[in-house]
Design a protein around this ligand. Sequence first.
Ligand code: CR1
Length: 839
Amino acid sequence: MDTPSPVDVAVSTALDKERTATDIESIKRAFLNNLFYVQGKPVSLATQHDYYMALAYLVRDRMLHRWNGTAESYTQHRARTVCYLSAEFLMGPHLGNNLINMGIYEPVRQAMEELGLNFDTLLAQEEEPGLGNGGLGRLAACYLDSLASLEVPSVGYGIRYEFGIFEQDLRDGWQVERTDKWLRYGNPWEVVRPEWSVEVKLGGYTETYTDDQDRYRVRWVPDREVLGVPYDTPILGYQVNTANTLRLWKAEAIESFDFAVFNQGNYYGAVEQKVASENISKVLYPNDEKTAGKQLRLEQQFFFVSCSLQDMFRILKGQGMAVEQFHEKFAIQLNDTHPAIAAPELMRLLLDEHGLDWSLAWEITQKTLAYTNHTLLPEALEKWPVSLFGQLLPRHLQIIYEINNRFLDLVRMKFPKDAARLARMSLIDESGDRYVRMANLACVSSHTINGVAALHSELLKETVLRDFYELFPEKFCNKTNGVTPRRWMVLSNPRLSTLITSRIGDRWIKHLDELKAIEPLADDAGFRAEWRAIKQSVKRELAGRIHRQHGILVDPASLFDVQVKRIHEYKRQHLNVLHIVTLYSQLKQNPSLDITPRTFIFSGKAAPGYHMAKLMIKLVTAVGDMVNRDPDLRNQLKVIFLPNYNVTNSQRIYPASDLSEQISTAGFEASGTGNMKFAMNGALTIGTLDGANVEIRDAVGAENFFLFGLTAPEVVALKADGYDPYSYYQRHPMLKDAIDLIASGHFSHGDGDLFKPLLDKLLYHDPFMLLADYQAYIDCQETVGRAYSDADSWTRMAILNSVRMGSFSSDRSIAEYCSDIWKVNPFPVGLVDYGEIGG
Ligand code: CR1
């Protein structure tokens, strides 16, 4: 027998120590120690939150061996690293996810129960880090999970907002916002690294000088500087030793006290600078798919991008690599245009700070950056007034002008005498007031540009990025979104996951394609019964929560028809309402009518300044108030708006859903990711041919998907033909009836004006073509209702939906980004023996 190598011995010792540290008795001991020594509380005085903190630190301690081992290993081997730059990371609560990825969910749950604590109550103590608006931020979080699970070296770079997405309350059925004080009781998952703080310049002017080699150089003389302080959170992969890092920057004053000012007696002035600096990372802009155009927003973008790039140069140097190797060490992904300022900032660092010449700096920049587009909505295309931009970032404006000069020559060469094209492609919009166009900047500066679903990537090439596609066809590709099955199945639907594992083992959690092995069981009556029983029990739980929190009784046997997402006209929550009002009206006219009993569930936030979206919320709650109380309906319809949609709440909703509403106007939803979470949990989709719905339908089979509505080309054609929504109102009696009922004030205590802005927009403009799709939607919903009444066949379809979702794992998406865009390979790390595990 071979004698084991010292490395093998170290690994097995490390494993032993980990095993010992995660047995139930050690967990209990460490927990009680943390309670006493970290929280500083005896059991008799501890709150549920103290218990949560003691547990969180215990878990973090057990992650630290892998986190440190990963950092050492990447550094030692100078591993090629993906840097995912994103203004948003919607992580959701960490505790449960970390327990799953570490593989200690069960022993920890048992240890807590043995101590007499309710484990679910402990999990619920965590204030989720809601540092994102919706799909884009949550996608970034799923991607970090997959990067770590696939053992790919990576860092997520972003902003540590002191206040994340606002909390939503309902008052009299209207949305009201509350600040999200998620850091109030401390954040056990982060480690601050003040030693790696960086300085970020803002404002001022530039000047030229000649350096000691007689070269013409530019120097930026700022008028302010702020400090970026990194806060690191470990991102543990699923059942691997890899723990990557999410590095979020907090803005601070360089000198918290300006003593010169202070000594003159101007105490307030001394503190003022501190306040102004800290503003930069104070609050997340709550607009989803709409640019704010505010100076502070540009400051946020530049702040985190500059911090992150400077951090990369520090790492490069620390590993003894040359500046010229920047693109070999790092692949940077721009999550939308929010971090697109990375292009001129990387150029500035290479040119002004590291002395490279333009052509080499430009080559490195282009080889480093890649850009993901997330939306076709014109109001989401970021542009900054040139004057504002030049005041805040004078050097960057110069660099952008230079990039533009060289770029426009390229366009002239390829398309001579095409002034209109030049004007469209210029990085500067000069059609009126002058603007810097961030999407154009991102396209020119990146080696690859991708959309987030097949249809979206095609539409990008035909519409918003058409000129860029004609110039650089080789840059374009598609990377269909995906979601992590660890959070969206294992954590949020443990019973369904256990059922699946009982039949095919647990490899599916890392290889979601293997769910296919369940397919034959869709025809097994026993399996269907088990599946249905799980769905029923999860629905009962949600029903119980709705009753406790909102006092409304819903029937768990009814069809749970669910639309949860940001509130937006293009997502058409109001089309869903028109269906509800139609059913209501039919039942009122014929109370003995036999319909499939339904519980309609809505949840989602509206941007605080988006009045129409807020009115849509009021419409849902107003219809709900009437419908839920009307005895004529014999409880056949219920309408619930669940306030404060966030990751925590969504994890309870997807598993309890029967029907997933994905009803955006075709051509407007870039991908959607909620659509994937529903289907994985066995909800059937009613949807248009939009975003990733198209690919979901292909995967699950057309016969297991409820399709309706205009296609994207039909939407365009109808608009070009002169779409007249009013004529649909006149021609479709049920539509007219529903609209008239709302207009009459029936749902608004007789106030016929309340919903007038919404109804008038539908009748006379209807940019999202609700009226054109209304009848198809109603007919399709009738098919859904009939299908649901055959429970066995419905369950069969639900199973097929779930087990055919393999390719919508974010592991698949990330594997494609790695091979096609980032050219980066997995870099597995071993366990390192750092001695006993603390706590
Ligand atoms: C899109 O609207 C997509 C996510 C993630 C959103 C949604 O369809 O699933 O991005 N876009 O790719 C967005 O937030 C700012 O744009």
